[in-house]
Ligand binder design. Structure first.
Ligand code: 6A9
Length: 816
């Protein structure tokens, strides 16, 4: 074997090992705290809690993140995908602040062990804080769980122990251990009668049907409530009154045969702490509380230090704001990464559904109803189960994978842990089917489906979504080049624009200096080994090209018809699957467009296609597919030409959608807002284009898009501004502002030209506006939000929304 091959094998082996550090994680981000491995059917854990100050609070049991719980805040404040982290949850209604700590402990051959600590303390020190916690372990698939602690019908003292095994995890032991200073309720009504059960840990072992662990809360609460009914029955007489709730709201201390779901309950009065240890058999290391005592502070210290070097606090920001802005950046970054989930299961697709304006195509019938209607779609089918590791836009509201959100997530994650971002990217690439399609929304399995109204569950194989995975690929290639450059920097190399800019001939300074490049390379197998990087890029090239070809084939628009004149007769695009009111596929759901028509051409889509083509050209060049590189270059040129020929409106001085009138004539549909900015967003315009001047004017005009909080999605002077659903009709979206800032920073403010000074001025002001507002709203409300009000800047809609809104961190640190 050649030496190079041996080295490659060696680093591959290392890679497999290092991916082991990603086996476990809080990969059930829809729960306040839910650990599981990246294995389709395996061990699932979760935390629940409720107040015990009264009987009603059991109905407000916390488990899955829910805006209806009205928690003051919850976020990972430090989270590293390889090591673990710390999450802080503030639940005023129960007067408890809960801290969850999670520490990965490498060792053995089965993905290592871990330790978790759950701590609680009153928020208002002078008020009672009575809380019960339940931590559960459910096993899906093959294997078994067994309780090792001697059962006692009155509960147990000391540690609670389970042993188990499963095909991938092999043998393991789980232990739940109390902290040193816990106090439980020992007084209150009828304390004597319940004496034997007071101060104990309670438990239940249940046998539940396969595939049901996600409903653990229901099974466990049923056992608890059944037992509570029995316990409270003798106290119906108002004269005696009911016992203290904490004596009654207890698990039954029973284990049924064949149990695959075990729950451990603790009842506290005041501050508390307990630890959960998962010890992988092959690792041989026994864990104890000291590993957390020492490991968590060490983890936090190293996280803080690394954070400062990856996202340094900018020198142009006030020193006195540093602490607060840094805490905010850390929280949103951590919650983005702590919000990564592993999903597995079937999804629903419909190959038959089609709108009448999409009729010319693959779909065969026009049955059923769209998302505006009610009827169930007849062609809907369940797919084979699929697996996906993905970040999630919002742990409470959208805890699942969204295609175009993910490209933005990966820009952020890739800065922190390049290889983690590639693991996620690989899973998405694996979803590209034989036609080249990927469903926009990944609703995998019943748990994910339970969160989605039926009319939104079905995915259709000719529907697209902005191809932002291309951004993740470009960002990786750019880190790769920056790493190589930082090893052997040359003036010429440093002049390359490696991002979304205009190519190798432009004079753009690198956004990533050598120091941050080596920072990104730290611990990255892919950035350290160019062989690995190359083999990775080669491995994704084929499916990515299939995906790209799918876009060009299925989203093609009509050019020759309706008297249109354009230099290329092929490059025009139209989103399939729009309804009268929505173009959900574009990602900008209710943004104003013309009426649906088979002859429409969409500006945002043709711009994304230019960008995707550029990425394909770049990756082809990198892996030496020279013929492809040339032909992508030609397509890119054709697309750029057609953007101008088809979409520029000379009267309005803006880019517009194209539509067809009743007289079969082509006309422009112009609405000032995000849509009209796309050629600028994606740096497709040359920096000396006079059109850039008009775009900057539109952007900077407070009557239109400029607000003190960021760029609005629709002009404040537009008749539909703030109307209807008002989702994309004015509100400010951070990821779009990121695109603007990125284009300014890397291209228009960086390249000499007639608009450079203006671009610089806009960049500086916009960056401050966005960062200050998202930060201010975080301080005010405790949350990062899905979008911000176009007039007041207030956080709106889903929260916490630490998907693309967490890009604020990159904006503050100027990492584009
Ligand atoms: C609705 C309701 C419990 C809408 O962030 C994800 C997407 C974006 O990709 C898109 O651009 N969001 C934006 O316009 C959220 C989509 C949620 C759709 C599901 C179900 C659930 O109720």
């Amino acid at each position: 074997m050649k030496l190079a091959n041996q080295l490659l094998l060696l680093s591959l082996a290392k890679l497999v090992f290092s991916n082991d550090t990603l086996l476990w994680g809080p990969y059930r981000p829809n729960l306040y705290f839910g650990l599981r491995p990246r294995i389709p059917q395996s061990l699932m854990t979760g935390l629940m809690w409720f107040g015990t100050h009264d009987y009603q609070s059991i109905t407000r049991t916390r488990h899955a993140c829910d805006q209806g719980d009205h928690l003051d805040s919850y976020t990972w404040t430090a989270y590293d995908p390889r090591q673990g982290g710390v999450q802080v949850i503030r639940d005023s209604a129960n007067n408890v602040k809960i801290t969850t700590e999670f520490l990965k402990v490498a060792g053995g051959e089965h993905g290592g062990s871990w330790a978790a600590r759950v701590r609680g303390e009153p928020i208002a020190r002078d008020l009672p804080s009575r809380v019960s916690t339940i931590f559960y372990f459910g096993l899906e698939g093959l294997g078994g769980l067994e309780m090792e602690t001697d059962e006692d019908e009155n509960g147990i003292t000391g540690e609670f122990k389970l042993s188990g095994s499963s095909p991938q995890l092999d043998d393991f032991v789980i232990r739940v251990v109390d902290g040193p200073n816990n106090t439980m309720v020992t007084d209150g009504p009828h304390a004597e009668a319940f004496g034997e059960r007071i101060g104990k840990t309670h438990f239940v072992g249940q046998s539940i049907p396969a595939g049901n662990v996600w409903q653990a809360k229901d099974f466990i609460l049923k056992a608890l409530i059944d037992r509570a009914r029995e316990a409270v029955a003798p106290y119906q007489d108002p004269a005696t009154g009911p016992p203290d709730p904490s004596y009654v709201l207890q698990l039954p201390d029973e284990v049924y045969t064949g149990s695959n779901l075990f729950a451990v309950q603790k009842l506290f009065d005041g501050p508390f702490q307990f630890d959960v240890f998962f010890e992988s058999g092959s690792s041989k290391q026994k864990l104890s509380s000291s590993i957390l005592d020492q490991g968590i502070p060490a983890l936090v210290a190293s996280y803080d230090e690394r954070f400062r070097s990856v996202f340094p606090y900018p020198s142009d920001y006030a020193k006195e704001k540093e602490q607060s802005l840094e805490a905010f950046s850390k929280a949103s970054t951590s919650n983005l990464m702590g919000g990564v989930g592993y999903f597995y299961g079937t999804s629903i697709i419909n190959r038959k559904f089609s709108y009448e304006w999409d009729e010319d195509e693959d779909a065969t019938s026009n049955t059923g109803q769209d998302e505006d209607g009610q009827e169930v779609q007849p062609g809907a089918r369940l797919t084979e189960p699929k697996a996906l590791l993905t970040a999630t836009p919002s742990r409470s509201f959208f805890p699942r994978g969204f295609y175009w959100d993910e490209g933005f997530h990966l820009l952020h994650i890739g800065r922190w842990d390049n290889d983690f971002s590639l693991e996620i990217l690989k899973d998405w690439i694996a979803l590209i089917d034989e036609d080249g399609w990927v469903a926009r929304e990944q609703i995998l399995g019943e748990e994910a489906r339970s969160k989605v109204p039926q009319e939104f569950q079905t995915q259709v194989p000719n529907y697209a979504n902005p191809p932002t995975l291309a951004m993740a690929v470009t960002a990786f290639i750019s880190r790769l080049k920056a790493t190589t450059d930082s090893r052997a920097p040359s003036a010429q190399d440093l002049g390359l624009d490696l991002g979304m800019g205009l190519g190798a001939d432009s004079q753009v300074p690198l956004a990533t200096g050598p120091s941050s490049a080596s920072e990104a390379a730290a611990g990255s197998q892919y950035l350290e080994s160019s062989e690995l990087a190359l083999s990775f890029l080669k491995s994704i090239y084929k499916p990515l090209k299939r995906h790209y070809d799918w876009f060009r084939r299925t989203q093609r628009g009509q050019i020759k018809q309706y008297g249109r004149i354009a230099r290329s007769r092929t490059e025009g695009y139209r989103w399939r699957g729009r309804s009268e009111l929505h173009v959900l596929t574009s990602g900008m759901d209710d943004y104003p467009r013309g009426p649906p028509h088979a002859g429409e051409l969409h500006l945002d889509l043709i711009s994304w296609m230019a960008f995707f083509t550029r990425t394909m050209k770049e990756i082809a060049g990198y892996i030496g597919e020279t013929d492809d590189e040339i032909s992508f270059g030609e397509i890119e040129k054709a697309i750029l030409g057609n953007i101008d020929d088809l979409h520029w409106n000379e009267q309005e001085k803006m880019y517009c959608d194209v539509n067809v009138s009743n007289e079969d004539e082509s006309y422009h549909v112009c609405h000032k807002g995000y849509l009209s900015l796309f050629p600028f967003f994606l740096s497709l315009l040359p920096s000396d284009s006079p059109r850039l001047g008009y775009i900057l004017d539109l952007l900077r005009d407070p009557e239109h898009l400029w607000s003190p909080y960021g760029i609005r999605s629709l002009s404040a002077s537009h008749p539909e501004f703030g109307q209807g659903e008002n989702y994309w009709k004015g509100p400010i979206w951070v990821q779009m502002n990121y695109l603007i800032l990125s284009a300014l920073h890397k291209t228009y403010a960086a390249q000499p030209g007639p608009y450079q000074a203006r671009a610089k001025e806009i960049y500086a002001a916009l960056r401050k506006n966005v960062v200050d507002n998202v930060h201010k709203e975080y301080q005010r409300t405790g949350y990062v939000w899905e979008q911000y009000d176009a007039i007041t800047g207030e956080g709106k809609r889903s929260h916490p929304f630490t998907g693309w809104t967490s890009l604020t961190t990159l904006i503050l640190a100027e990492k584009y």
